[in-house]
Each structure stands twice: as C-alpha cells, then as structure tokens.
Design a protein around this ligand. Sequence first.
Ligand SMILES: Cc1cc2nc3c(=O)[nH]c(=O)nc-3n(C[C@H](O)[C@H](O)[C@H](O)COP(=O)(O)OP(=O)(O)OC[C@H]3O[C@@H](n4cnc5c(N)ncnc54)[C@H](O)[C@@H]3O)c2cc1C
Length: 371
Amino acid sequence: MPDLLAALRLRLPGIAEAAATEDVDGAFPAGSVAALDAAGLLRAPLARALGGAGWGIEAEGAAPLAQALRLVGRASLPLGRLYEGHVNALRLVQRHGSAAQVAAAARDAAAGLLFGVWNTDAPGEPPLAIRPDGRLAGRKVLCSGAGFAARALVTARPEATPEAPPQMLLVPLVPGERADISGWTAQGMRASATGAVDFTGLALQDGMAIGSPGDYLRQPDFSAGAWRFAAVQCGGLEAVLGALREHLRRTNRGGDPHQAARLGQAALAAETARLWVHSAALRAEAEPAAAEAATYANLARTAVERAALDVLELAQRSVGLTAFLRPNPLERLCRDLATYLRQPAPDRALGVAAADILAAVPAVGDLWDRP
Ligand SMILES: Cc1cc2nc3c(=O)[nH]c(=O)nc-3n(C[C@H](O)[C@H](O)[C@H](O)COP(=O)(O)OP(=O)(O)OC[C@H]3O[C@@H](n4cnc5c(N)ncnc54)[C@H](O)[C@@H]3O)c2cc1C
C-alpha cells in the first residue's frame, strides 16, 4: 500500500490555494476532489481486501484516517466535509450492504466517484418517503455535494409510517440533476455545495436498499462516528491557529506577553482537540467498538467544539480587525470553521454523555483510562 498520507501532504498546498479562490456561492472543489482521488484517498475507506486502506472500516485505519481528516480539514474545511461524508457512506455500505452492493461501491470508489450521506429532512416537511408504488417522494436538505456527488446514501421511511426507523438507500445520481443549492447562503463553507435534493418520482431499483430499517441509527456507530466530523473541525482549528502564528511572526507582535499568552492558550486548545479526536477514533474504530465509544465521542465532539470556539476568539482578539478584512486568510478560515462547528443536537450529545457517566459503575477516574 503506497504511503497515502505522504501522497496527501504533497497535494495539500494546492488544495489550500484552491480553497481560497473557491470561497464563492455555488462553488464545488472539483479539482481538490480529483486531487484526493489521485492521492488514493477516495478508495482508502475500502477494506484492504477490497483494495483500500481500511480507513474508517478497520481498526488499523483509525489513526491514519484521523490524521487525514485533520489534514484535509486544515487545507479546506469544505473539502473535509465532503471527504468525511464519502468515508461515512463507504463505511455504512461495507457494514450493512450485501456482498454485491459492497463490490459495486468498491468499484465506484476506485473509479473516483464521490459518495455522500444525506440524512437531514427539511423542518416542517414530511421525511423522505418510500411510496407503495416503489417511488420516492420528498427531499433531503443540507446535502453536501448536492449536484456533484455521484452516489448518495439517503435515509427514507415508508410513506404510511413516517415514524418508522429509517431505511438506507444508496442512490446513483446524475450530476446536476435534482439539486438546488441556491438556498445555501451560509457565511462559511460556501464551496461545500450544500443544498436540497428532491428525490420525488425516483423509482427504487433492486439493490438500492442497504441493510435493514434502523441500521443507520444503530449504536454505538451512530454516535461514535461523530469523531470524524470532530477530526475535520480540528483541522479547521489548526488552520486558524497557523494563521494566528503567521500574523504574530509577520507583525513581530508575538513577544508581547498578552499575545504570547493567547498563542499559548490557542496551542493548548488545539492539542486538547487533537488528543480527544485521536482517542475517540481509536475507541470508535476498534473491532468491536469500545463499550464507551459513543459516550466518548459525544464528549470529544463537545471538547473539540469548545476548543475551536476558544481558538476563534483568541485569534480574532489577537489579530484584531485585520482578521475580519478580506482577503486576509483568517477572515475565510474563521467563517468556515464557525459554520462547520454547527452539527446536530450538541446539547443532547453532552447531556447523553453526562447521563452515561452518571450511570457508569467504575470510578470516574477509571472511565477512560484504558491500558
Ligand atoms: C457545511 C455543512 C454541511 C452539511 N452537510 C450535511 C450532509 O451532507 N448531510 C446531512 O445529513 N447533513 C448535513 N449537514 C447538517 C448537519 O449534519 C446538521 O444537521 C446541522 O448542521 C445542524 O444544524 P443546527 O445547528 O441547526 O442543529 P440543531 O440540532 O437544530 O441544533 C441547534 C440548537 O438547538 C438545540 N436543539 C436541538 N434539538 C433540540 C430540541 N429538540 N429542543 C431544543 N433544543 C434543541 C441544539 O442543542 C443546538 O443548541 C451539514 C451542515 C453543515 C454546516
């Protein structure tokens, strides 16, 4: 297996450069997705037996995937978001799909097709429905790569029982069709092509349903998988920290005790985030996953969010107004990170973790202290 991380590192400067120019509404980092493919990253999430590197599907892949997600996120948060979805989709297919479905997905990933996971239903609309005639009705929203991803793993429910557990469907898509990203007016993550996809009328084909109803939400996978978006966020945080250090060097202000203290605090927050991510990755990707993987990931995502919010504040305070003026890189990096920090149900994640800790038998000091 070639050194994937080395191949990725070679491409990071180009990816970071593209991220700066692609910070416009409606953009999609096609060249950077191709660069990931050229580095072998689109097939890396396949099991080694399928020609991949086991990233996100085998225990040995945990550490390199954690590093890759941070590196990609550091160079481009929109690309990191897209790559995280690709990894997640291939994990779900390999975990729950039939041998034929897994083989087909492996062929597609090896051919450079981008996958996504689109789970979010529009507030106030019925969830994406499977009609009795075998056609879909409704749409998904906040779909990254909408109009660009070639394979979408979506969750859908029978029309008559919208409260039923969701069924995963792997849907082949024609680029440009069914997608509407005009509503993506977020301040950051502009190049993630995040938008609505209307599946109404699409006929279900044999082999589209992946696993059984409810598999998508199966624990600990569902919660423990949060480590992956936290890893991408950690990369974004590191990019802000890097820009802060660069500013202090360039302006020769780093020796000032206030500035030095803030840089130290930001470095501390960044390493806290990295350690949480790494540790959560190992627990989530162990085979079987560690008993505490979901609780730990809920804490990890909370810790990374806190660390990132702290770094944003420290960087903006240290650099001042310049950090808000285009084309200073910090302006975009901060917008992207603040936007990508918004992930589902953060209060619930911390509350569930706290409830787990309340109910746990071991001494609190022994909860995470594994040999
Ligand atoms: C750049 C980007 C790309 C994305 N791409 C995808 C994608 O490809 N696929 C996909 O499926 N999704 C995607 N999403 C959506 C993402 O997974 C989250 O669903 C979304 O970002 C959460 O938004 P929110 O902050 O409004 O979350 P919410 O969960 O609504 O949280 C907002 C606040 O409300 C609180 N809250 C939540 N529920 C309740 C409740 N019941 N009662 C009271 N308070 C509550 C939360 O704790 C939080 O404080 C993307 C999001 C972003 C930012």
